[in-house]
Write a new protein. Structure first.
Length: 392
């Protein structure tokens, strides 16, 4: 009998998230009583600002718990238009889609743009879910390698070399997960010029936009550069990282109207609307009511970034990229002669230190450390890492 598995969709070939898997393993070991030190978190360790929680409770108590328009709450879409204007992106409410998390906004955009035979360009290192989302659409991911020496920015030559007649989309992520790199305006202009030249859509994931710690670095939205690239760009953002709202699952995008119509139709069948009372709560975030809490969180992340980099400076067996944003440090472990999966597995087993192996991020000899944790946790993690490297 023919194997039934071979008859079914490419969705069945997706791999589980490596970050969620190792985080779950660390939590399982901790629940068993082991002293686990984790550097895996892809979320702030801060609580959601009280003003946002109060707004959510108020919305529930007022009975704002019913279906909304699939594309989102009109009042929130109006605030998102203002938010994008701050980034230099001119858009309208009809160009906005509010989704159950920025991740789902990304997934829907890719699904509505790409299909079997299409190609999507990813700059490695990349967030691991991009490749799986591309695979789910039936398209093929094409990787453009970047270098730590060049701040992980793609070169004009490498990008143009990757483009074929099948290329439908370029995905960019700045500030970046897993590197913490922030693309310069010059790099974004180069990407924009190429996208316009070849008439290729660009998907810009800007979820870490507010988390930048270098005063010499500024976040730039590629869609703000000129009207030509704006007409080719989908800009995705959300509330998870900047407002410590990871579990609330609320994200949004702006895109050309022809595409938002497609995405709205897909969302109407997939989830109806993002949770109603969460959308009402998000109004308080975009209206600036939680800005004081956000600034305190960003300041704390900035201090942690300085701390972890100062501690890693003393380790000769690895090299690392000094992050400009997000809350991750990418470490090159090639000197250890171990691949990332082996390194992370042994590190967890022997030193009870959980890190993210980055093979699925396009860098098989690197690990990601998250400093979205306490300073004590950071110090203990580096002590265990040093011990492990010394022993191996």
């Amino acid at each position: 009998m023919q194997n039934l598995e071979e008859n079914y969709s490419s969705l069945g070939t997706l791999q589980p998230s490596a970050t969620l898997a190792i985080s779950a393993k660390a939590k399982e070991l901790k629940a068993q009583g082991m002293d686990i030190c984790s550097m895996t978190a892809g979320e702030p360790d801060f609580d959601t600002p009280q003003v946002i929680k109060d707004a959510c409770i108020k919305a529930i108590q007022e009975g704002k718990v019913r279906y909304l328009a699939s594309s989102g709450l009109p009042e929130l879409k109006a605030e998102i238009v203002k938010k994008f204007a701050q980034n230099g992106i001119q858009t309208k409410p009809e160009n906005i889609i509010i989704s159950t998390g920025a991740k789902f906004a990304l997934f829907q955009a890719i699904s509505c743009l790409c299909g079997v035979g299409d190609e999507v360009i990813l700059f490695a290192p990349f967030w691991l879910s991009y490749e799986e989302m591309v695979k789910a659409s039936g398209a093929k991911a094409v990787f453009v390698q970047t270098s730590m020496d060049n701040n992980f920015a793609p070169t004009k030559e490498s990008l143009e070399k990757a483009i074929t007649e099948k290329t439908k989309l370029i995905i960019i992520n700045s500030p970046n997960n897993p590197t913490g790199a922030v693309y310069s305006k010059q790099t974004l202009q180069m990407i924009a010029d190429i996208a316009v030249k070849y008439n290729i859509m660009v998907l810009s994931d800007e979820i870490y936009e507010k988390l930048i710690y270098d005063n010499q670095v500024q976040h730039v939205s590629i869609a703000s550069l000129n009207s030509q690239i704006a007409d080719l760009t989908i800009t995705v953002n959300g509330f998870s990282k900047a407002y410590a709202m990871t579990g609330w699952r609320l994200g949004y995008l702006t895109a050309p109207l022809w595409l938002t119509k497609r995405i709205s139709a897909l969302q109407s069948h997939a989830t109806s609307n993002a949770t109603s009372f969460v959308q009402y709560a998000a109004l308080s975030a975009l209206r600036g009511e939680a800005d004081v809490d956000v600034e305190k969180m960003i300041s704390a992340f900035g201090q942690r970034q300085k701390l972890i980099c100062s501690l890693l400076d003393g380790i000769s067996q690895i090299s690392y990229y000094h992050p400009q944003g997000a809350f991750y440090v990418l470490c090159d472990i090639s000197k250890t002669n171990m691949d990332a999966d082996t390194f992370a597995k042994k590190l967890l087993e022997e030193k009870h230190l959980a890190v993210i192996p980055c093979a699925a991020f396009g860098v098989p000899q690197a690990i990601r450390l998250s400093y979205a944790c306490s300073e004590d946790n950071i110090k203990e993690a580096v002590v265990r890492l040093k011990e492990f490297l010394y022993e191996h």
